[in-house]
Design a protein around this ligand. Structure first.
Ligand code: ADP
Ligand code: MG
Length: 348
């Protein structure tokens, strides 16, 4: 290789916001056959907004007096009026008439937010912010556990609370009614990340979050295809959500419901599968590029032939990436690959 071409390439790329950490990667990027993208925070903004709240009224009304009655820290809460009446009366049944649907939504958010305040997932940040906006105070949980790729689990007042996807409810053997399941699937079909909330064996409701797809995501995928590169998506989110996002950006090849520690394994499987199926004249394995933000996917970034990390991602992403897109511009995946192709041509 001519060191000059590489040095010049690295320098020029940096001006575009593409930080290339070594010459070897600059040469490999241009040979990419498959580019695998993480969904949340990479194809999407990673700043989901709450789009739907569906409370299961009867179950919320049942737990409301148990959880709220001795709660004395609600000064600013929307739950105020009903709280006062709950203090006035010790009978749950008299509460029912006072609880309006706003109260029930707030109670659902309160329970969810109490668990999410312990998590730093994008879902968690959004829900906790919403609780702050609505001045909903959160519980001090007695215990808390993060179930990677599935959700959260906690104990409060000797009751188990679960917040997460259907997998975590299935793991706990919590039954979901047909009506709720239908809603869960419908919301997921709309491309929303949909979470269920349960106390003990009772499902209290659904919260759906919509994460905006980046404006240039479709353009990026189209550009890759025109370079004869197959874009793929990998995500921990549920299949229906992933397929809907894929449709919007033009990705057909999707691996969903993947646990964080499985992302790298999938990448290796894809590499093996495609390397075997594509007869390469030089017998080399195909080059796989992985693009992620480092949340849940740092091992895949560092394990890929070419690991590209978004600049807005975690510090660990910056460390794991062979290439860092410093200004967080998804299109720069294409710029990196094109620079690499130019350098390869010069070297030849
Ligand atoms: P992604 O690959 O989209 O970043 P994750 O592996 O982080 O996904 O999470 C996969 C799924 O697990 C989420 O879509 C959600 O259903 C559930 N989940 C993970 N963390 C949480 C959380 N803090 N609260 C609720 N659900 C969660
Ligand atoms: Mg991500």
């Amino acid at each position: 290789a001519t060191p000059t071409a590489v040095t010049v390439g690295v320098g020029r790329a940096a001006e575009y916001g593409v930080l290339i950490k070594n010459g070897e990667v600059l040469e490999n990027a241009g040979k990419t056959k498959i580019a695998i993208f993480d969904k949340t925070g990479t194809i999407t903004e990673g700043k989901p907004e709450i789009s739907d709240i569906y409370p299961v009224d009867d179950n919320l009304k049942f737990y409301y007096p148990i959880f709220i009655k001795n709660q004395r820290i609600m000064e600013n809460s929307n739950l105020d009026s009903s709280l006062n009446s709950s203090l006035d009366s010790s009978l749950g049944s008299s509460l029912d008439s006072n609880l309006n649907s706003n109260d029930l939504n707030d109670f659902l958010l309160m329970i969810t937010g109490s668990l999410e305040s312990k998590s730093n997932h994008p879902i968690a940040k959004t829900i906790v912010k919403e609780c702050q906006n609505l001045k909903i105070n959160l519980f001090d949980l007695d215990s808390f556990e993060n179930i990677s790729g599935k959700g959260l689990k906690a104990i409060y007042k000797n009751k188990q609370i679960i917040v997460g996807n259907k997998k975590i409810l299935d793991d706990e053997n919590i039954k979901i009614s047909d009506d709720l399941l239908e809603r869960y699937l419908k919301l997921s079909n709309e491309g929303k990340t949909t979470i269920l909330i349960a106390i003990e064996n009772d499902v209290l409701g659904i919260i759906a979050l919509m994460d905006k797809i980046k404006d240039n995501a479709k353009y990026t995928m189209d550009s890759l295809k025109s370079l004869d590169i197959e874009p793929m998506m990998i995500t921990g989110d549920n299949n229906k959500t992933a397929i809907e996002v894929g449709k919007k950006v033009g990705i057909e090849n999707i691996i969903s419901e993947v646990l964080p520690n499985e992302k790298l394994d999938h990448l290796i499987n894809i590499k093996t599968k495609f390397s075997n199926s594509i007869k390469k004249d030089n017998g080399n394995n195909i080059i796989i590029t992985f693009v992620g933000d480092g949340i849940n996917d740092a091992p895949a970034i560092s394990g890929a032939d070419v690991g590209i990390a978004l600049g807005s991602g975690s510090d660990i992403a910056m460390d794991s990436g062979d290439i860092v897109l410093t200004d967080d511009n998804l299109e720069n995946v294409v710029v990196a690959i094109e620079f690499s192709k130019k350098v390869i041509r010069r070297i030849k």
